[in-house]
Design a protein around this ligand. Structure first.
Ligand code: G6P
Ligand code: MN
Length: 440
């Protein structure tokens, strides 16, 4: 039995993760579940729902809420990290400030993602140090904290020996949609994939040994990565903006002859189209605050007032299931194959060894054993190298307190058209992030 801590307990995703954990309780038995957050008030609210989930699914489970790192991590076996530094308020600024200059406003891509990166690097290192100090020596951190590429690169440099698995649920979310399109279960898909986090391509999609990529491309060039009734496939990703995101993929599939891109590629490769079709006053952060976050907190209020719990107020889907699946594979040495973020070390032959890449790996109790991807074609290699350079420069900026490096990172990012534009956006973001960023 395990002690597991969710760092970022106040997240809207926490109830879904807890439910996913308890759905797997026969295989992955918890003796204690801890929620840790720096915002006690928010965490207490989310815990109202979590307590209900626990009461219903595993009443004997001990649940601890804390804002104290020692209490949170003492003897922990697993830590699930999902911090959002600055919360949705700062996400809103990450999205809206670049849009003022007609640049993509997105949580993890472009200037917004870099801003979020500068907020997250040091809190993430602090978290790793807490875990190192208090948890079991064998403890694994499974990390969803965004922007995952930048966070992973900073950890690689500053804490190279930490036991951390950096993951993202976007590929597995796409696989869920692909499975629905093909009419099979997600578990039946085995994929080949390469890239950086939120910057990659599916190159093979096997079902029973047969590559379904051509069939999926045919579907995707007309319909995108969608089936008719997405609400049956996934509630969360049937929000209008997610439908649009999956739909836009059709343009890229139609224009380029091979592979299926990660939906995030549209921010880099269709940035003019994206900006033209974005409401600059109301971005995804607003939708989330008025949607997922409000639904959850309304349900808490309603529960406290009436004792009735709205079970649809939180999201259970691939996001929660995936992190639990990765943890189970780590815990029991299952060697399951997942797409995760690892140091390249030759896996993609014609990219630098020290790039943090997203590729398939077999998850063992000693961590990931990445597959060999081999050489990738020039188009993808060029795009990835530019994005990688931007990410590395951004981490340099944080570690060297360098405005110049930050400006280079912003200029390098493909969503940004000129150095003037990069500088204006950077200066606005410095102002907005005064409380959070290292000094540049
Ligand atoms: C996917 C990505 C995450 C990202 C999330 C945003 O799950 O993999 O990295 O944070 O989408 O979703 P939201 O519904 O908050 O816009
Ligand atoms: Mn992600």
């Amino acid at each position: 039995t395990f002690i597991l801590t969710i760092a970022g307990g106040g997240s809207t995703y926490t109830p879904g993760i807890v439910k996913s954990l308890l759905m797997r309780k026969d295989q992955f038995k918890l003796e204690e579940l801890r929620m840790y957050d720096i915002d006690a008030e928010r965490q207490n609210k989310v815990a109202v729902i979590v307590k209900e989930v626990v009461k219903e699914m595993d009443p004997s489970l001990k649940l601890v809420l804390t804002t104290d790192p020692e209490e949170a991590f003492k003897d922990a076996d697993f830590v699930f990290a999902q911090m959002r530094v600055g919360k949705y308020k700062m996400r809103e600024l990450d999205e809206k400030i670049p849009l003022k200059y007609d640049v993509v406003g997105q949580e993890t891509c472009g200037p917004g993602g870099m801003a979020y990166g500068l907020r997250t690097i040091f809190p993430m290192i602090e978290l790793i140090d807490f875990v190192e100090k208090y948890a079991k020596k064998t403890c694994w951190i499974v990390n969803y904290s965004n922007p995952a590429s930048i966070v992973a690169e900073a950890i690689r440099r500053l804490r190279p020996n930490s036991r951390i698995m950096n993951i993202c649920d976007m590929p597995v979310g796409v696989m869920r949609n692909m499975a629905a399109i093909l009419g099979v279960a997600r578990e039946e898909l085995t994929v080949d994939y390469f890239g950086l986090n939120h910057f990659g391509w599916f190159t093979k999609v096997y079902v029973n040994g047969e590559d379904k990529l051509p069939v999926l491309r045919e579907h995707a060039r007309v319909h995108g990565l969608l089936t008719e009734d997405m609400s049956k496939v996934d509630v969360q990703h049937s929000d209008p903006s997610w439908i649009k995101t999956y739909k836009n993929i059709k343009y890229l599939v139609d224009m380029f002859p091979e592979y299926i891109p990660n939906p995030y590629m549209q921010y880099y490769l269709l940035s003019d189209h994206i900006v033209a079709n974005t409401n600059k006053e109301r971005t995804r952060a607003n939708e989330v605050m008025e949607g997922r976050e409000k639904r959850l907190f309304d349900a808490v209020d309603q529960y406290l007032a009436t004792g009735e719990m709205n079970k649809d107020a939180f999201y259970v889907g691939v996001h929660g299931l995936f992190i639990v699946d990765v943890a189970i594979s780590l815990a029991f040495d299952l060697r399951k194959r997942f797409l995760v973020i690892v140091e390249n070390k030759g896996a993609i032959k014609n990219l630098p060894d020290d790039a943090m890449v997203e590729i398939p790996a077999y998850i063992t109790s000693n961590g990931p054993e990445p597959v060999r991807v081999g050489e990738i074609p020039t188009f993808y290699k060029g795009l990835i190298e530019q994005q990688l350079a931007a990410e590395k420069l951004l981490v340099d900026a944080a570690l060297e307190n360098s405005y110049e490096k930050a400006l280079m990172a912003f200029t390098m990012n493909k969503t940004v058209k000129s150095a003037f534009q990069a500088k204006q956006i950077l200066d606005d973001l410095i102002e907005a992030n005064k409380e959070y960023w290292p000094e540049l």
